[in-house]
Design a protein. Structure first.
Length: 139
């Protein structure tokens, strides 16, 4: 189940995101949609990177019945990338959600041998979404 905290005016299709989550986990996920200024503050506080970013993931400690974690997504990045790449806001939000969810599940494209990229690719094909974040960044 996704617990949505939408701190913006962005319209969210939670059913698509829930379908994606259901293919990967049965744990609860907190999803926060926020502004660039708030995600910059979180990024600065938690990662010592004082700039806005598109998506952040915070896994929770594994315990029986504990939620999987929190995903924070910037509304500004969603709208900008959707416009720039010519797809819908809903598609871009789904791509960032997938990226964040895979990080919650322990994937890390910065240190793995392509496993996260392959998993992302499989999921975006399953849901007929445009190119993923990693695929866009790798060429």
């Amino acid at each position: 189940m996704i617990e949505l905290d939408n701190r913006t005016t962005l319209t969210i299709d939670i059913s698509l995101l829930q379908s994606i989550a259901d293919t990967l986990t049965n744990k609860e996920i907190e999803l926060i949609i926020t502004s660039n200024s708030e995600i910059q503050s979180i990024n600065s506080e938690c990662r010592n990177i004082n700039k806005p970013t598109d998506v952040l993931s915070f896994p929770y400690e594994e315990m029986p019945m504990s939620p999987l974690g929190s995903i924070v997504i910037s509304e500004n990045f969603v709208k900008e990338k959707a416009s720039e790449l010519g797809h819908t806001v809903s598609d871009e939000l789904a791509l960032l959600f997938i990226h964040g969810l895979l990080h919650l599940l322990g994937y890390d494209h910065e240190v793995d041998s392509g496993e996260m990229r392959e998993k992302e690719k499989d999921i975006i094909e399953l849901f007929s979404l445009p190119k993923s974040l990693i695929v866009r960044n790798q060429g």
